[in-house]
Design a protein around this ligand. Structure first.
Ligand SMILES: NC(=O)c1ccc[n+]([C@@H]2O[C@H](COP(=O)([O-])OP(=O)(O)OC[C@H]3O[C@@H](n4cnc5c(N)ncnc54)[C@H](O)[C@@H]3O)[C@@H](O)[C@H]2O)c1
Ligand SMILES: O=C(O)C[C@H](O)C(=O)O
Length: 435
């Protein structure tokens, strides 16, 4: 399908008389690259399947490419293409890796015949942008046509990262900010703040072992967010997420700007892992698989609901035990493989970019955005809990409690077993923020 549509696009574009030989070569390069990506199993999309909703959000309906998707719109993003290869009158969609990057119509202006200028509109700040997660995440965000401004903050080494990224000919303007004095400027008018700042695990450590260092880092950064962009969505990646999110909530409360709908602990990597491991185990097409993962983001608090896997698939008891264990220990698997050089960075950047992109689409008016996230919640007796949430322009529109109904005995036990640890981690965060 993709190949066919790319062929069609190729024909259409190649017939445009105004295109020079050099431009034709550039187009061919771009199209060949797109075709390669479209047929390659290594190409990917960032997205999730909204259970119980009619349409798939980005990527999963068509897995051959990063699809920074914006529902409203049908225009072309220049991305890796020569600007002159774009026909502004065409309805065909194009993308970096072979399919639909769509952008908001209001943000596109013709600059001269057969060219368009993309000016996307959302402002994103990444705090901890020079780190193992921060760098690849920044690159993925730089590729989004929905982002107009990308602010990179770190306590060190961020200038080079920003200079490097700024040479990519994608719409967003990249700026770097170093150190506490530059943090307020970094956060001005920001729509979404992503926080991967903090130390990662080494073999033998738990996520909670990071608490002493990362709790203070998150506290300081969220104070600045509260002071400078209190209406922004906040995505907390720094571990232990089960504690750092409650810390962030308390700080925002102290500053009088807490909006529980806009504070998210990023647990997307658990879903990404669950989808990958299940599709491998059951030999399913990866694009079709979606497994909700609930609870929290550490050890047994990570509870994949395999019985709710889409498409419906049956697992033996042994498979359930094995898959659940692997998903719960996915982080440790990477920490051990890296043998002291850190924890998951690339898969986390991918997961964070997926979650960010979902929120950008929600901000852009897509009414069909669902993701799992660790949020303030009433689906259990715990004050914070990861589950699927519906995300809209103002943040969490609904926490989907229905996933907790009809659980298997194994899942019910897992849910009861995680509550003590999760409650303890939440209380630890709250106590830290209020001491
Ligand atoms: N939520 C998840 O699923 C998930 C997944 C992977 C990693 N993590 C966590 O993400 C965090 C970062 O991991 P990493 O591999 O990128 O670590 P890293 O050490 O490679 O990078 C961390 C970055 O944060 C910066 N930093 C430190 N203190 C800062 C401060 N006060 N302000 C701004 N920046 C600061 C460092 O300079 C560094 O560039 C860790 O806590 C890790 O456990 C979470
Ligand atoms: O495992 C870690 O320490 C990092 C992260 O939480 C992960 O799940 O990979």
């Amino acid at each position: 399908m993709i190949q066919k549509s790319e062929e069609k696009k190729k024909t259409t574009i190649a017939s445009q008389a105004s295109v020079t030989n050099r431009e034709t070569r550039q187009m061919k390069w771009s199209l060949e690259r797109n075709q390669m990506a479209a047929t390659s199993s290594s190409s990917f999309s960032i997205g999730s399947i909204p259970h119980g909703s009619k349409t798939c959000s980005l990527g999963q309906s068509n897995n051959h490419g990063i699809k920074f998707n914006s529902r409203n719109h049908l225009n072309n993003f220049t991305g890796l293409k020569a600007v002159t290869s774009i026909n502004p009158n065409s309805n065909s969609k194009s993308s970096i890796f072979g399919n639909n990057i769509t952008v908001r119509p209001a943000t596109i202006t013709k600059t001269r015949p057969n060219t368009i200028k993309v000016t996307a509109s959302f402002k994103v700040a990444i705090l901890g942008a020079a780190g193992g997660i921060g760098q690849p995440l920044s690159l993925l965000v730089k590729m989004s046509p929905l982002v107009s401004d990308l602010h990179l903050y770190d306590i060190a080494n961020v200038k080079g990262v920003a200079a490097d990224l700024s040479h990519c000919n994608t719409p967003s303007k990249v700026r770097d900010f170093t150190g506490a004095t530059e943090l307020p400027n970094c956060l001005q008018d920001i729509d979404i703040v992503v926080i991967p700042a903090g130390v990662p695990r080494k073999p033998g450590m738990t996520r909670d072992d990071l608490f002493n260092i990362n709790a203070s880092i998150v506290k300081t950064l969220v104070e600045a967010v509260a002071d400078n962009c209190p209406n922004a969505f906040i995505h907390v990646i720094s571990n232990p997420v089960n504690s750092t999110v409650p810390i962030a909530a308390e700080i925002l409360k102290q500053k009088g700007v807490y909006n529980p709908k806009k504070l998210f602990g990023v647990t997307t990597l658990d879903v990404v892992r669950a989808n990958t491991f299940v599709s491998q185990k059951k030999n399913l097409k990866l694009i079709d698989v979606d497994v909700p993962v609930i609870g929290g983001h550490a050890g047994i608090t990570i509870l994949p609901l395999l019985s709710k896997t889409k498409p419906r698939v049956s697992f033996s008891d042994e498979e359930v035990a094995e898959l659940t264990g692997r998903i719960q220990n996915g982080g440790t698997e990477v920490v051990e493989a890296k043998a002291g050089a850190g924890s998951a960075t690339l898969s986390m950047a991918y997961a964070a970019a997926r979650f960010l992109e979902s929120c950008l689409r929600a901000l852009d008016g897509d009414g069909d955005v669902y993701e799992c996230a660790f949020v303030e919640s009433e689906v259990t007796e715990l004050p914070f809990f990861a589950s699927r949430v519906k995300i809209g322009k103002d943040g969490v529109e609904a926490v989907i409690g229905g996933d907790l109904e009809g659980l298997t005995e194994f899942e019910k036990k897992g849910l009861e077993a995680l509550k003590g640890e999760l409650q303890g981690s939440i209380e630890k965060g709250v106590a830290f923020a209020n001491k």
